[in-house]
Structure formats: structure tokens, C-alpha cells
Design a protein around this ligand. Structure first.
Ligand SMILES: C[S@@+](CC[C@H](N)C(=O)[O-])C[C@H]1O[C@@H](n2cnc3c(N)ncnc32)[C@H](O)[C@@H]1O
Length: 446
């Protein structure tokens, strides 16, 4: 099969990225903007050794589950994957994809899912956005990366972030043009402003982080004054310097130009201080639902000793602290651990201790018998040393929280030597993307 080859075929499935799956002559072909049951005319764009990618030229019959995406940039932007699928079908797709991945990668035969928790209104949910800036035709622009590229598509509005965030971003872009602050151009490494990050809490207070190539922002004072005059709910503005040419957005150096490096959010009745570098779940409503499931699965007793590994600013451990005797939290980011310690103080939680370091190293030094361990690692999953140490510690039950079902499946396969899956539930933390959050309860094998 060659590039440019045209054919008609029916979409038989969606893959883990939300791409339509087609078969022709035993070759698998992936194409965006196709739904199961739709007959499409396709044109091959790229030929790989065991699959091809194609573009849909024409859809010959529309799926009953297809909807017109609310966002006009959906087809180009790399932010959302399945906005063309109605929300109920998005939820069904995520649960099915999660179960199939656990079977395929984790070799887990009987996956009994307790379902997926969706949102009442799956829009405007993100409390954190990061928008790339650049310069085109002598103007500073901002937008989102085109799917799988670093080409920026200017945007007017994004439907998964708040209207206020959309507005603040546009205002900063206009200020950048007014004060001749050039957006950073990756190709020739010219310009200053690389990204604008915005975080918000549930009281609708905002933090803005201007990520720059060099720490020289023209008219810094006027910019701060204009932002806070127009948006009084902006509580802090920071400058972060990223000199390196890498995909990592934030650099090491940060300077506060207004307010403090903190935002205080509320989760399940507890207050959480977070700084610009601390991880915090991006969807407030679904975070509360996720933590309620963790609480139910952990089913702690007053005498229990709990491990909260990969604890971030201490959210899971602190919300569970009143149900057990003692909690130990481990986290690798120093600012997050500083926030976690402060969070235990402001919530009057006295039965929790936090350790700074890699979970795989700290866990080996902790001479504690845990009754239950919760772990919520980043997308790459847990380190094998961490999993082996957990298995040697003979802990009765584990609650694994994951934002990447493929690495969860890999890790569950390792843990299956000593643990069996008791419960599994999905949470739609990222509506319109193909990702899903999973909570899994494991019990020690007899
Ligand atoms: C998905 S977040 C979960 C944080 C927290 N449980 C929450 O719900 O907000 C993963 C966290 O693991 C931390 N992390 C990454 N690698 C780590 C490691 N090797 N050891 C300990 N923490 C790590 C990250 O900094 C991040 O805070």
C-alpha cells in the first residue's frame, strides 16, 4: 500500500487515542474523525511497517453517536481527541478501552468494572492551562499546537478551560503586542515569551505564570498593574525562566512579580496550598469523585497505617487521615512536599508525616508495617523497585490510582504475583480527550 492510495472502508473500532480503526488487506489503518460503523472514503497519508495512517476524505454514513463539536478548532487542535462523539458514548468508549487495555497488556482475564463516573457538564472544567506563544508576521500570537506538531493554531476560545482563562490569555497576548514582547520562535530561537500558564482554584482565584526565554520583560510593572486592574481575582503573577530548548515547559528559576507563589484550593472540606510547580488534579468536580472512590476502596480502620505514595501536596493522605491511625506520604518535588507539610498544619492533621524523595528509594528505608497503600504515580507508572518493595512489605490492600491505563496494566501484571484485583472503577477526569483515570483495589492473595 502506498501513500495517496484511496479506498472505502468501515470504521470497526476506536484506538486508545480516539482514532478510527479500519482494516484493508490485513493492514490496520488509523484515521481521525471517524466513528464506529461509519463507512468512509480514506486516503493513505503514511505507511509504517505494520500500520498506516489515513485521512477521511468523505464520511458516507454518519454514526448516530456523532455530534457537531462545540469547538471550531477541534479538527486541527491537539488538545481534544473525541469531541465529535456524544458524551455518553465518550464514557462508554473510555470504559471499554480501559478494560481492553487491562486485558491486552495486563493479561487480566476477568475485569469487573464498577463503571465510569462522568461529569454533569463536561466543559470549562480545567483549573490549569498552558498556552504556547510565538511570533508570526511580526505579531505575537498564542494558541494550541496542531495535532502531533509544534505548529501553533491561534485560538479565540477553548471549551475545556474557563471563560476567564480564555480572556486572560487574550489580554496577555494583546499586552505582549502593545509592549513589543515577542513570542518565542522555536526555529530561530528568537523572542522572549514562550508560554503562559494559568491555574485557578474553586473560589475562582487565579495564578499566572509567564514563561520566558530570558528574564527581561519590557514594562513589567505596567503589565502587572493592567492585569490586576482588569482581573482583580488574579492573586499572583510569576515569571519563570526556561532557557533550555526542551519540551519541559517550566525552567528552574522563578521570580514573583505580584502576590505569592501560592493558591489555596478546597477539596472535600480540606484546604490545600499549592505552588506553581506542585502537581494538582486539573478537574475539581472529578477530583472529589476520584478521592471518594479511593476512600471507599481503602475502607480504612482506625488502627490502620496508610502509605500515600506519589502524594503531591498531600491531598489523598490528608483527606484519609481521619479514618486511620497514621499516614506516611512520599513525593519527589520539594515545593510539593513543602506544600504538603503546610497543608497538614492548616487542616490540623497531626497523624501524617511527609518524606521528600523518589518513592522507590524512600519506601525501602521506611521501616513501617502498612495495612494499606495508595499510590498515584505519573503517566509513566511505578518504578519496578517500588513495586517489588511493596510486594515484600506484605501490605493487605493496595489502591492504585492511574491516569494512564497502559502503564497501570503493566504494573498490575507485575503485582499479580502477590495481589488480585478486587474492584475497579473509572473516572472521566479529562472529558473530550481519550484519557481516563482509573482506581483499582488490590488484595493480597491467600
Ligand atoms: C499523578 S500525581 C498525583 C499527586 C497526588 N496524589 C494528587 O492526587 O494530587 C503524581 C505525583 O508523583 C510525583 N512523582 C513523580 N515521580 C515520583 C517518584 N519517583 N517518587 C515520588 N513522587 C514522584 C509527581 O511530582 C506528582 O506530584
Amino acid at each position: 500500500m502506498d501513500k495517496g492510495f484511496k479506498f472505502i472502508s468501515e470504521c470497526i473500532d476506536l484506538n486508545h487515542d480516539g482514532l478510527g480503526v479500519f482494516k484493508i488487506n490485513d493492514m490496520t489503518v488509523f484515521a481521525s474523525n471517524a466513528l464506529v460503523g461509519e463507512k468512509c472514503q480514506l486516503e493513505i497519508e503514511k505507511v509504517n511497517s505494520n500500520y498506516c495512517t489515513a485521512k477521511v476524505i468523505k464520511t458516507l454514513n454518519s454514526s448516530p453517536n456523532r455530534v457537531k463539536p462545540i469547538c471550531k478548532h477541534f479538527m486541527d487542535c491537539g488538545g481534544c481527541d473525541i469531541m465529535h462523539l456524544n458524551y455518553q458514548s465518550q464514557l462508554a468508549f473510555k470504559e471499554k478501552m480501559g478494560i481492553e487495555t487491562l486485558k491486552r497488556i495486563g493479561h487480566i482475564q476477568n475485569v469487573n468494572s464498577l463503571g465510569i463516573v462522568g461529569m454533569k457538564n463536561p466543559y470549562y472544567y480545567r483549573n490549569k492551562v498552558q498556552v504556547p506563544f510565538s511570533k508570526i508576521n511580526n505579531k505575537t500570537i498564542c494558541g494550541f499546537y496542531r495535532k502531533n506538531t509544534h505548529f501553533i493554531i491561534p485560538f479565540d476560545e477553548c471549551y475545556i478551560q474557563t471563560n476567564e482563562s480564555n480572556d486572560i490569555i487574550k489580554f496577555i497576548k494583546n499586552l505582549a503586542n502593545e509592549y513589543h514582547i515577542d513570542g518565542y520562535v522555536e526555529n530561530n530561537k528568537q523572542g522572549i515569551l514562550r508560554h503562559v500558564l494559568i491555574r485557578k482554584n474553586c473560589q475562582e482565584e487565579y495564578m499566572i505564570i509567564l514563561v520566558v526565554k530570558r528574564d527581561q520583560l519590557n514594562n513589567e510593572k505596567e503589565i502587572v498593574e493592567k492585569i490586576i486592574k482588569r482581573y482583580p481575582y488574579v492573586k499572583s503573577i510569576l515569571i519563570n525562566v526556561q532557557e533550555k530548548d526542551s519540551n519541559v515547559i517550566l525552567g528552574e528559576k522563578t521570580r514573583i512579580i505580584y502576590g505569592k507563589d501560592e493558591l489555596i484550593d478546597d477539596i472535600l472540606g480540606y484546604k490545600f496550598v499549592l505552588s506553581h510547580k506542585s502537581f494538582f488534579q486539573v478537574n475539581h468536580e472529578q477530583t472529589e469523585n476520584l478521592y471518594k472512590i479511593v476512600r471507599e476502596f481503602a475502607d480504612l480502620k482506625e488502627s490502620d497505617i496508610l502509605l500515600d505514595a506519589y502524594c503531591g501536596v498531600g491531598t489523598i493522605g490528608i483527606t484519609l487521615s481521619k479514618f486511620c491511625q497514621k499516614v506516611y506520604g512520599i513525593e519527589i518535588v520539594p515545593q510539593a512536599i513543602a506544600n504538603a507539610k503546610e497543608n497538614s498544619k492548616i487542616n490540623n492533621v497531626n497523624n501524617i508525616e511527609f518524606y521528600l524523595g523518589a518513592a522507590e528509594e524512600v519506601i525501602q528505608k521506611l521501616d513501617v508495617h502498612f495495612n494499606c497503600a495508595v499510590f498515584d504515580p505519573p503517566r509513566k507508572g511505578c518504578d519496578q523497585v517500588f513495586l517489588n518493595t511493596i510486594m515484600n512489605k506484605n501490605i493487605d490492600k493496595l489502591v492504585y490510582v492511574s491516569c494512564n491505563v497502559a502503564t497501570l496494566a503493566r504494573d498490575l501484571n507485575i503485582l499479580s504475583e502477590k495481589y488480585e484485583i478486587k474492584k475497579l472503577k473509572f473516572v472521566d477526569m479529562f472529558p473530550h480527550s481519550a484519557d481516563v483515570e482509573t482506581v483499582c483495589l488490590l488484595a493480597k492473595l491467600n
